[in-house]
Design a protein around this ligand. Structure first.
Ligand SMILES: O=C(O)c1cc(=O)[nH]c(=O)n1[C@@H]1O[C@H](COP(=O)(O)O)[C@@H](O)[C@H]1O
Length: 279
């Protein structure tokens, strides 16, 4: 069975796209009330443009039981309409090993996600339960896109010898050491291109999930240049609100398609410019 990293490569090659559309349904912003219908329309409109979809579980949990139902139907719809696509359950869970194992069972076996986001604050032993299946991936939240990410993740700590290094790079190094099974990736925000470049240098072969373009203002071309591997792959560039709320009107699905295809094309133009376009 292919590893998660191999599956991600195949998904990107199939769609010729590094774009991930984030499915974060917010009743205050959705042009229609029905979450299932909204997600179905967005998925159908963007299916051929993406390598991945990323539902953030917060938005479904906030809707109670209806939200759980919407998430289940959304995953089913993605499997039917975009069978090539990786589905990342953005849950940012983190807990002691026994509890993390239960979370991993829920995310991988119950919901059926291909990948997840994991909060590594508790240390590497809390990440281990997410790494038991080579075909299922865990993206460790390494350097956030939010302003406050600098509060802790950029703090200097002592490393090898007398050298100091920021916390996020220590995490990147530990992740690189642990990544032999092809199922570990990192999340690095698009709003921090220097940190993104540093992580890519330390982790040349790991998948990087890069949120923060669009609504959060991260630079798309920088994200591509700093985030891809030496072959121009293994960066998953996420946009949520700028795609799914591209229009507040009845044309929301076609507007989402227009926004997603623009991002996909801009990403591919940058790949061409650095000589790493699709063959
Ligand atoms: O893990 C994530 O996906 C994530 C990490 C991070 O540092 N920043 C970040 O924005 N995200 C998620 O990526 C999505 C970004 O959404 P937009 O800002 O609307 O494109 C949200 O679901 C965030 O929770």
């Amino acid at each position: 069975m292919p590893t998660f990293t191999e599956r991600l490569r195949t998904a990107s090659e199939t769609a010729r796209s590094l774009l991930c559309v984030g499915l974060d349904p917010d009743p205050a912003r959705m042009p229609i009330a029905d979450t299932i219908e909204f997600n179905r329309s967005i998925v159908s409109a963007t299916a051929d443009l993406v390598c991945a979809f990323k539902p953030n579980l917060a938005f479904y949990e906030a809707l109670g039981l209806l939200g759980w139902r919407a998430l289940e139907k959304t995953v089913q719809h993605i499997r039917a309409e975009a069978p090539h696509a990786i589905i990342i359950g953005d849950c940012k869970r983190g807990d002691i090993d026994s509890s993390a194992a239960a979370y991993a069972t829920a995310m991988f076996d119950v919901w059926g996600f291909d990948g997840v986001t994991v909060n590594p604050w508790g240390g590497m032993d809390t990440v281990e339960p997410w790494l038991t299946k080579p075909e299922k991936g865990a993206f460790i939240w390494c350097r956030g896109s939010n302003r406050g990410a600098a509060d802790i993740q950029d703090l200097a700590v002592s490393g090898v010898g007398n050298l100091t290094q920021p916390v996020y790079l220590r995490l990147a190094r530990r992740s690189q050491q642990r990544a032999s099974q092809g199922n570990l990736g990192l999340v690095v925000g698009a709003t921090a291109p220097q940190q993104l470049a540093d992580v890519r240098r330390i982790c040349p072969d790991l998948p990087l999930l890069i949120p923060g373009i669009g609504a959060q203002g991260g630079d798309l071309a920088d994200s591509v240049r700093c985030g891809v591997d030496s072959l121009g792959r293994l960066a998953v560039i996420n946009a949520s609100r700028s795609v799914i709320y591209a229009s507040a009107g009845a044309d929301y699905a076609s507007a989402a398609r227009h926004a997603a295809s623009g991002l996909r094309d801009d990403i591919n133009s940058t790949l061409d410019a650095i000589g790493l376009g699709w063959q």
